[in-house]
Design a protein around this ligand. Structure first.
Ligand SMILES: *[C@@H]1O[C@H](CO)[C@@H](O)[C@H](O)[C@H]1NC(C)=O
Ligand SMILES: *[C@@H]1O[C@H](CO)[C@@H](O)[C@H](O)[C@H]1NC(C)=O
Ligand SMILES: *[C@@H]1O[C@H](CO)[C@@H](O)[C@H](O)[C@H]1NC(C)=O
Length: 394
């Protein structure tokens, strides 16, 4: 009996080792130099391939984002009818019309500060656009799944490839982002956020940053669990903890540990490797992390905002699968620590991209091009719907 157990135990140990050896051949046990060389070569190859195939497009007049507009509007090439917009019911979105340089909208808006965040941009453009009729979704979640039979043009801030929604720049560039303890009025004013992030980045130059991965956020998606569990076992490599959100009831909602304190976006800059995960959909955190001049590790790539497509893996950020195991986290952080110049180069390219190409001006530019392209697809003459009210402050 005892022998039998011993054999089982030995087989198990062998299996664990083989799991690693298979990928890199004989005499290649995790922890040996050989092992890490093989792993590192894989990462280095991805980095080099990315650099050799990357075309440094210009982004004047928000050009580097225009293919997103083209793709999102492609399903509507046969035109947008008034009938399609009748499907803009209050559970789907808020109806907006621009009539003779004045904006109107449905009376009810479930998230008033989100609506305000978007209206700032709409009002800004009111003299530069033809009459319009559109439907804007203010929920986190997109609305028009591709398997639906009915094609409805609905604007949403984030989607994955299963949806026909038309992406627009999120309200939180101006107002109405998530409210946490540190930002009671909600995340907004990207123009001011950019300045304060850059100040913080100056306090934490590359050589002063703590050489650890870092993540703080609530458990909006279970894709975040692995890193939190890994961090509990390897606090020297990654510091990742869950904070409370409104739905928090007990430690179970923070994976069995008490919730951690919130950390301001500025204070993220202390760490060298910053993890970005999806939340319910895309996370508003992503664009801020780049401005720390820390390396952004973007986990999973299903959920996007309009600007994500211009950012390239291994050029502007390091990609990681949302299926990554604890071991993948270990390998990646180990690789980055041992290849500081690569990490630093990617960091520089990423932070410069956001600094140069995602200014508030670029957001206005995207809104304008988006609405102009959309207007060309409208097949009817928008007439003021009597149920709509005048948008305030214009
Ligand atoms: C290439 O990218 C850099 C930023 O990394 C930017 O400053 C430069 O203007 C770009 N060059 C061209 C030709 O677009
Ligand atoms: C990092 O960037 C610098 C400046 O562009 C370049 O000279 C160097 O070769 C890069 N290093 C690596 C490892 O790519
Ligand atoms: C990345 O940054 C370096 C300067 O550090 C620059 O030479 C290079 O063109 C940039 N590459 C990309 C793809 O933006």
């Amino acid at each position: 009996m005892f022998n039998y157990l011993l054999i089982l135990l030995l087989i198990n140990i062998k299996l664990i080792i083989c799991d690693e050896t298979d990928k890199c051949g004989k005499n290649c046990v995790e922890g040996s130099k050989n092992f890490y060389d093989k792993e590192n070569n894989g990462f280095i190859k991805q980095y080099e391939n990315a650099r050799s195939s990357y075309k440094n497009e210009t982004c004047e007049n928000c050009e580097c984002y225009l293919n997103v507009i083209e793709n999102d509007l492609k399903p509507f090439q046969n035109g947008i009818t008034e009938n399609m917009l009748e499907a803009c019911t209050s559970n789907r979105g808020v109806r907006y019309q621009l009539i003779n340089e004045k904006w109107y909208r449905s009376k009810d808006c479930m998230f008033p500060s989100r609506c305000e965040g978007v209206e700032y941009f709409l009002i800004n453009l009111k003299n530069e656009l033809p009459n319009l009729d559109l439907c804007i979704n203010f929920h986190d979640w997109p609305q028009i799944e591709k398997h639906h039979k009915k094609l409805i043009p609905i604007f949403s801030f984030s989607k994955n490839s299963d949806y026909y929604d038309i992406m627009y720049p999120a309200w939180s560039f101006w107002k109405g982002g998530p409210a946490i303890k540190l930002i009671p009025n909600g995340l907004g004013r990207w123009d001011l956020g950019r300045i304060s992030m850059e100040k913080s980045a100056e306090k934490w130059p590359w050589f002063k940053k703590v050489e650890k991965g870092f993540f703080r956020g609530s458990r909006t998606s279970h894709e975040r669990d692995t890193i939190v569990l890994f961090s509990r076992e390897n606090p020297d490599l990654i510091d990742a903890e869950y904070t409370k959100n409104q739905a928090w009831k007990s430690d179970e909602d923070t994976l069995g540990f008490p919730p951690s304190d919130e950390i301001s976006l500025e204070d993220h800059c202390k760490y060298k490797y910053l993890f970005n995960f999806r939340g319910v959909t895309a996370s508003f955190r992503f664009k801020y992390l780049f401005l720390c001049k820390s390396l952004v590790i973007h986990v999973g790539n299903d959920w996007n905002e309009f600007f994500y497509f211009a950012l390239k893996p291994w050029i502007h950020y390091v990609p990681l699968s949302n299926q990554a195991t604890k071991n993948s986290y270990r390998k990646l952080i180990t690789f980055l620590r041992n290849n500081d110049e690569i990490a630093k180069n990617i960091t520089k390219n990423g932070s410069e991209f956001i600094k140069n190409n995602l200014k508030l001006e670029d957001i206005k530019c995207y809104w304008k091009k988006l609405l102009k392209s959309y207007s060309k697809l409208i097949k009817f003459t928008p007439k003021l719907n009597k149920k709509l009210i005048l948008v305030k402050n214009q």
